[in-house]
Design a protein around this ligand. Structure first.
Ligand code: HAM
Length: 423
């Protein structure tokens, strides 16, 4: 048997996992404040669902984990959350209820990509999706929520890049302009881009190859090709953001890796991320619900990569979290106290103290050493003689100070010792 995880996956465990829980906790809290409810959808869907979002999308074409189940059905591990959430919105007829519907999700996504720093085959997203709101405030609110998350985590040096890709009325003309521009340079383009010219010319703007990138500076700007309605929508999004004090920058050639977007698209990038510098991406996708068989429903949302977010936190030295503090370690020093120790531990746990106890029958010295290693804030020392008189000894580890506590008054006694700064 091979005791090795698949490429592009990670084991996340304590103490690292406490950093995840901290970020997830801040995100959940923020969603409560913004009135977004959680949605949990399957981690796999019918392959057909993802195919409907675009045969020209790289993620769909080349990066899906698709398999046949034992019943011969083609299923796919979700490469992203938006499509599944939209499917759920339709299937549960949420369009018939109170709108807008505002959801958030946290969980793993799967893409068969070449693994590198900041790019995994299983990675985790925190995302939000809003259905049933066509106005620009909805776009701005999702961006502000993302910006607030970064702020609350203490992150700096992040840039919000904004663009508008227009609507089915004005986008075809822009697409044509982009195509015409690149036609002249066809021979200079990378092979993938030459293919993109025929299938999906807007993605030419997103190519990371040096020669293709050098052509970007003079490529047509999406913002100059917008119809009056899209233009006004985009202007208002920017005005809302500015009014809320959020910095953003229009990047008129920003396009996204998924092809369901209409109007606003945005990304949050960090210089602390290297090549994979996008931590958050999103935008409006007014045509998706209808394309999946639901009624026409405007929608907007984003997803951010938790691995990338945690990596920026590390680089910026924002790793401090409460950790997993252990309030009490119970050390037994005699025969009968060994029997008492687990009971006392239970008593303290039920009073709300994180408590651990030796169950390897170790010597007192070894138990004390262990208590130090696991970072116990106090040690409760149970000796047979003290127990007989209804007392225990408590040691405050940071100061080394020891006190005698009455067993009957154990909980308030422990509280007092834990509450003391100097022990
Ligand atoms: P996306 O840009 O494909 O958008 O992914 C969003 C974020 O997920 C990226 O900015 C990145 O931080 C993270 N991410 C993507 N792929 C990987 C990977 N292989 N390894 C590590 N992190 C990764 C979406 O997924 C859309 N569903 C966003 C959205 C929601 N649009 C509207 N609503």
């Amino acid at each position: 048997m091979q005791a090795q995880k698949p490429r592009g996956t990670a084991d996340i465990f304590s103490p690292e996992v406490e950093r995840w829980q901290h970020v997830e906790g801040v995100a959940r809290n923020l969603c409560r404040e913004y009135n977004y409810g959680e949605i949990r959808i399957p981690e796999f869907e019918h392959t057909e669902l993802f195919l409907r979002i675009g045969e020209v999308t790289d993620i769909v074409q080349k990066e899906m984990y698709t398999f046949l189940d034992r019943g011969g059905r083609s299923l796919t591990l979700r490469p992203e959350g938006t499509v599944g959430v939209a499917r759920s919105f339709i299937e549960n007829k949420l369009y018939g209820g109170v709108l807008p519907v505002k959801f958030y999700y946290l969980g793993p996504m799967f893409r068969y990509e070449r693994p590198q720093a900041g790019r995994g085959r299983q990675f985790h997203q925190f995302g939000v999706e809003v259905f049933g709101a066509s106005g620009p405030w909805a776009d701005a609110e999702t961006i502000l929520l993302a910006v607030d998350l970064f702020k609350r985590l203490g992150l700096t040096d992040l840039a919000v890049l904004l663009n508008s890709l227009g609507c089915p009325d004005c986008r075809p003309a822009y697409r044509q302009q982009v195509l015409a521009y690149y036609q002249d340079y066809r021979h200079q383009l990378c092979r993938a881009c030459r293919e993109r010219m025929d299938r999906n010319p807007l993605r030419l703007l997103d190519c990371k190859e040096e020669t293709c990138r050098s052509l970007l500076a003079d490529a047509p700007r999406a913002t100059e090709a917008l119809c009056p309605e899209c233009d006004s929508h985009f202007e208002t999004v920017q005005a809302f953001l500015a009014g809320a004090g959020a910095n953003s920058r229009v990047e008129p050639r920003l396009v996204r890796g998924l092809d369901y977007y209409t109007r606003t698209v945005y990304e949050v990038v960090s210089k602390d991320l290297g090549a994979q510098n996008t931590v958050c991406g999103g935008g409006r996708y007014d045509g998706l619900v209808e394309a999946l068989g639901g009624p026409p429903t405007p929608a907007v949302g984003f997803a951010l990569g938790l691995e990338r977010l945690l990596s920026i936190l590390k680089t910026q030295g924002r790793t401090a979290t409460a950790g997993r503090p252990l309030d009490v370690f119970v050390v037994a020093t005699g025969e009968s106290s060994r029997k008492q120790a687990p009971r006392l531990a239970q008593r303290l746990r039920h009073a709300g103290y994180a408590t651990d106890v030796d169950f390897l029958d170790r010597s007192v010295k070894a138990q004390m050493k262990h208590a130090g290693r696991v970072g116990a804030r106090t040690v409760l020392m149970l000796g047979d003689a003290e127990l007989a008189t209804g007392q225990v000894l408590v040691r405050h580890m940071a100061s080394g100070r020891q006190d005698v506590l009455e067993l009957g008054d154990l909980e308030p006694g422990v509280a007092a010792v834990l509450g003391r700064k100097d022990g």
